[in-house]
Design a protein around this ligand. Structure first.
Ligand SMILES: Nc1ncnc2c1ncn2[C@@H]1O[C@H](COP(=O)(O)OP(=O)(O)OP(=O)(O)O)[C@@H](O)[C@H]1O
Length: 280
């Protein structure tokens, strides 16, 4: 599917120079796709070249959130030009089937599609590739992680105990496959009243921190629950792009900077993650 040469992931039609970030969540609906798109936008705003593979083949929502209007263009049997929005190249199952059509995939079939996304798409030179994984820790995300052993995992969770408990399994999955966990992003951390500024911790407090502690990784950021995020995602205008001065956009930029200050590049050997089984 790809090879690693001179610290780069070399693809058929391009390369990835700094990192493959697989965005995972223990369960659906916690904002994984929203985070993927806004983080990609933040990295692009910082000047990095970014691609997104929407690997959430059943619940694909990247095209809608990013505002993709164009279809991928096949220039030959083995070469596809991906749509590009806001400087971000992206490919999604959603570009090949209608939004309302069910996609009945089995993990091996998904593996085939993913391979094609890596091999046949003309990505050009990228700094970061983001993978929006299917939610959970079932066959689908497992299969993807196995196929892309140079990916590093970013875990999205809400602070709610039910969400953090299942997200903890991603750590075990990563450990089994010798994949690094980059950190945890706590989404929907609190709702801030637009009138009085009071913070309401709707889904509980400190869940992200507890999860990060359990995984022996860092809590990269806490994102508030605000209706503007949902509204803009529904209309294809990621908030980081559309309202860069919003507090949540600044938090995304902070997370992107934190990720980008790491050295980057790809090694043959990947250090396994150590789980801290004694954490609360
Ligand atoms: N911080 C936020 N504030 C307000 N709404 C949010 C926030 N994050 C996500 N949402 C909304 O929550 C819903 C679920 O988000 P999203 O589709 O990103 O979740 P997901 O984890 O990718 O779900 P799935 O994996 O099941 O597709 C969407 O309507 C999205 O607009």
């Amino acid at each position: 599917m790809y090879e690693v040469k001179d610290k780069k992931v070399v693809l058929e039609h391009g390369s990835i120079n700094k990192g493959i970030i697989a965005v995972a969540s223990g369960k659906g609906g916690v904002g994984k796709s929203t985070v993927t798109v806004n983080l990609a936008t933040a990295l692009a705003e910082l000047g990095y070249k970014v691609g997104i593979i929407d690997a959430d083949v059943r619940g694909f929502s990247v095209p809608r959130i990013l505002g993709v209007k164009d279809k991928p263009k096949a220039v030959s049997e083995n070469e596809i030009i991906p749509p590009e929005v806001k400087g971000i190249k992206t490919i999604s199952m959603g570009s090949f089937v209608g939004e309302n059509e069910p996609v009945i995939w089995r993990a091996p079939l998904l593996g085939g599609a993913l391979e094609q996304f890596f091999k046949d798409v003309r990505w050009g030179e990228l700094d970061y590739m983001l993978l929006d994984l299917p939610p959970g820790t079932g066959d689908m995300p497992l299969n993807i992680m196995q196929k892309v052993p140079h990916s590093e995992i970013l875990v999205v969770t809400t602070p709610q105990i039910t969400a953090t408990k299942v997200a903890g399994r991603i750590g075990a999955m990563a450990e089994k496959m010798d994949l690094q966990v980059l950190g945890v992003i706590e989404n929907m951390a609190y709702y801030q009243c637009t009138e009085c500024g009071n913070k309401d911790y709707i889904f509980g407090e400190n869940g992200g921190e507890t999860l990060a502690d359990f995984m022996g990784t860092e809590l990269l950021g806490q994102l508030p629950l605000i209706s503007e995020v949902r509204r803009r995602s529904d209309t294809g205008k990621p908030i980081v792009f559309d309202e860069p001065e919003a507090e949540i956009s600044k938090e995304f930029i902070k997370i992107a900077k934190r990720l980008a200050e790491r050295e980057g590049g790809f090694d043959e050997k990947i250090e396994p993650l150590k789980l801290n089984m004694n954490a609360k």
